[in-house]
Design a protein around this ligand. Structure first.
Ligand code: NAP
Length: 327
């Protein structure tokens, strides 16, 4: 088969569509003929050589895909050859075929095409597992989403709104903030020239945010704790602002607050299967009834993977970019 290969760590030009060995599915896997793959920020880090795939994963980029099942391992139940699916994978989406664990496969929600479905698994599983399963966001609570315009952010806004939470977002421009508002965000904060702590406190009568979905890490740690409500939960999923920071335990204790941090890609297959099962039960119905729509900025042919990375690096996208592998 062909796949996008990182010929050496570096800028987007190192991505090349080349012949590679076919995947070898095991008894727990289904083999998917890929139609489309979602692009994630983690792919940029892997391309640069700073985010290796976990052991046993395909070496190619791509944490999610959609397509049709072409073979089913003997231990897999619930899937058949010919099913249209999307899947959470730990690598190998930028390719013509991938072997995906049967527990990490989801049906294409009714009414969606395969390109749109490829934009769902990573955002749905990350947001559901962190904001709901771990941080326990409840109806009526406030969620602050840093990076509301991201693939993750656009999904988080819609999911939290669907569950009756009040959503605040940060982003870099008025235009992106307006689009976040159209997705359901009630409080929009320009991180370039506004103080998100002051804005959150003002919007919540001084209480703060019950849950924060954070992608910045070190540079926002102190301010995030300041912005939390009593018994607030900070769910950290990214380190775009660095990995090391000093933590004021007194500030955390005083609020009875919690910090949670997870990486979906490195979680064991059994945990991923639990998350995927929970997403299918709790999140998929909102997609099937149209209350949540994947926000796809653009679909590019797979051979233009480098261009997709350039757009993301320049911050020119809103939501997800999808790569089309075949019709
Ligand atoms: N731990 C996990 O399991 C997991 C899983 C998936 C994703 N993630 C992380 O989640 C993040 C989003 O992923 P993605 O693929 O959706 O990325 P993406 O679409 O490239 O989005 C990156 C976002 O960062 C925002 N941003 C940049 N500087 C910011 C700042 N100072 N304050 C607030 N926001 C800022 C950008 O907002 P503007 O465009 O407005 O500048 C943009 O929305 C990444 O950090 C990724 O690594 C983690």
């Amino acid at each position: 088969m062909k796949a996008i290969v990182v010929t050496k760590p570096g800028d987007p030009a190192v991505l090349q569509w080349q012949d590679v060995p076919d995947p070898q599915p095991g008894p727990e896997d289904v083999l998917i003929e890929i139609v489309a793959a979602g692009v994630n920020r983690a792919d940029l880090l892997q391309r640069q050589g700073s985010y290796d795939p976990p052991p046993g994963s395909p070496p190619y980029l791509g944490l999610e895909c959609s397509g049709r099942i072409v073979s089913v391992g003997e231990s897999v139940t619930g899937w058949s050859v010919g099913d249209s699916v999307c899947a959470l994978i730990s690598g190998g989406g930028y390719a013509e075929r991938v072997a995906a664990p049967g527990g990490q496969v989801l049906p294409v929600p009714e009414g969606l095409d395969l390109a749109a479905a490829a934009a769902l698994p990573e955002a749905a599983c990350t947001v559901w597992s962190n904001v709901f399963m771990l941080a326990g966001l409840r109806e009526g609570e406030t969620l602050l989403v840093h990076g509301g315009s991201s693939g993750i952010g656009t999904f988080a806004i819609q999911l939290a709104t669907a569950f009756g939470a009040k959503v605040a977002v940060t982003s870099s421009s008025t235009a992106k903030l307006e689009r976040c508002r159209q997705l359901g965000a009630e409080i929009t904060i320009n991180y370039r020239d506004e103080d998100f702590v002051a804005r959150i406190k003002e919007a919540t009568g001084g209480r703060g945010s019950d849950v924060i979905l954070d992608i910045m890490g070190a540079s926002y740690l102190a301010r995030n704790i300041d912005a939390l409500a009593p018994a607030g939960r900070l769910a950290n999923i990214g380190m775009q602002g660095g990995r090391r920071a000093e933590l004021d335990l007194g500030a955390l204790m005083g609020k009875r607050a919690a910090i949670l941090s997870t990486s979906l890609r490195t979680r064991p297959a059994a945990e991923k299967a639990t998350i995927v099962g929970s997403v299918r039960k709790h999140v998929w119905p909102f997609i099937a009834d149209g209350r949540i729509k994947p926000v796809v900025d653009r679909v590019l042919p797979i051979i233009d993977a480098a261009q997709a990375h350039r757009v993301i690096e320049a911050g020119q996208h809103f939501g997800k970019i999808v790569l089309a592998v075949r019709d």
